[in-house]
Design a protein around this ligand. Structure first.
Ligand code: CUA
Length: 350
């Protein structure tokens, strides 16, 4: 905004929306502040007491006035409400084609992980014009991921996943803050978001050495922790297969269902007794304390890579082989042909 930096730059699709709403709120507030203060001064002078024994006439209210000062504020606040709700829903719902990035907050740094395996600390590189969905958690206390230029701020809470998203509209470097007081070095928990031209981003992505994609690391971990002893790909193990589970609706023991999203996978790793898949025994030990939040994210990504491809249309009835091909990653050995519970159905009883 010119040379007077009252507002941070607008660098995401949501930023103008948020600002327009704010301008409207400011305009309404300014108008009524001036109106009320003007009226106070005007009435104070106009109806001042002119002599010691002056008695003002008794006024018994006015219906027109009462209705006006009820209906007008009501209308204005309803405009604020619907407008605000619309912006809120926009901010809350990442588009389906958003690219996934994970963030872990920790006293006192931001750790960011790309699906391809690149890890960053207090820096986030993203391509211009692409919606980015951040799934975030904390290793210790509550933090808050705040990028003023994107007009997004979201709490990052230990023990659960929160998400935020933005679609950058301008290349550049933007401040990243922690916006929740989280201890001594809260003010130092800052960083930069780099919005790059798509080809520069590709160059950047291929530049850094990585130790495999998140899903690949998740697969290694899955084997190391011996998860594959029970969760067998052919669904002959003591525990449900994880093939095609991600995104599906899971039937639970004791009735009820749960959507197999990131939060459910995380809970099943750390508190496996919380929700038991229908037809299975609660035999899984907890991995609380054995895996870090970052490793949980790798496992989540591995399970996602086993799941139905998000874009693929679900073949009715039979599970086509193509549906098994796990995304871009290649846990090929884990994707056998054969009968499988369809996504959306409970694993068959043994
Ligand atoms: Cu993290 Cu304040």
């Amino acid at each position: 905004m010119g040379s007077l930096p009252l507002f941070p730059e607008q660098a995401s699709t949501i930023a103008p929306e948020v600002d327009h709403l704010l301008y409207f709120l400011l305009a309404v507030a300014t108008f009524f502040t001036l109106l009320i203060f003007g009226a106070i001064f005007y009435f104070a002078v106009r109806y001042r007491r002119r002599s010691e024994n002056e008695l003002p006439p008794v006024v018994h209210g006015g219906m027109t006035l009462e209705i006006l000062w009820t209906v007008i504020p009501f209308g204005l606040t309803m405009v604020m409400f619907t407008w605000g709700a619309a912006v809120f829903f926009d901010e809350s719902r990442p588009p389906d084609d958003a690219m996934q990035i994970y963030a872990v907050g920790k006293q006192w740094m931001w750790k960011l992980e790309h699906l391809e395996g690149q890890r960053e600390i207090n820096e986030l590189h993203i391509p211009l014009g692409r919606a980015v969905r951040l799934t975030m958690t904390s290793e210790d206390v509550i933090h808050s991921f705040f990028v003023p230029a994107f007009r997004t701020k979201q709490d990052v809470v230990p023990g659960r996943y929160t998400t935020t998203w933005f679609k950058p509209t301008k290349p550049g470097r933007y401040h990243l803050f922690c916006a929740e007081y989280c201890g001594t070095k809260h003010s130092g928990m800052i960083g930069w978001v780099y919005v790059m031209e798509p080809q520069d981003y590709q160059t950047w992505l291929s530049g850094g050495a990585t130790e495999g994609s998140l899903a690949e690391n998740g697969q290694k971990l899955f084997t190391q922790l011996a998860c594959d002893n029970c969760h067998k790909a052919d669904n002959q193990g003591r525990c449900p297969t994880l093939v095609n589970v991600f995104g599906s609706t899971v039937q639970l023991t004791g009735g009820g269902t749960v959507k197999a999203d990131e939060a459910y996978i995380r809970e099943s790793i750390l508190s496996p007794q919380a929700k038991i898949v229908k037809g299975y025994e609660p035999v899984m030990p907890t991995f609380q304390g054995l895996v870090t939040e970052e490793q949980v994210l790798q496992l989540v990504e591995y399970v996602r890579s086993l799941g139905p491809k998000p874009a693929a249309g679900q073949a009715p009835g039979s599970q086509a082989l193509g549906n098994q091909a796990p995304g871009n990653q290649a846990p090929a050995s884990k994707a056998p042909a054969g009968k499988k519970s369809a996504p959306g159905a409970a694993p068959a009883k043994q």
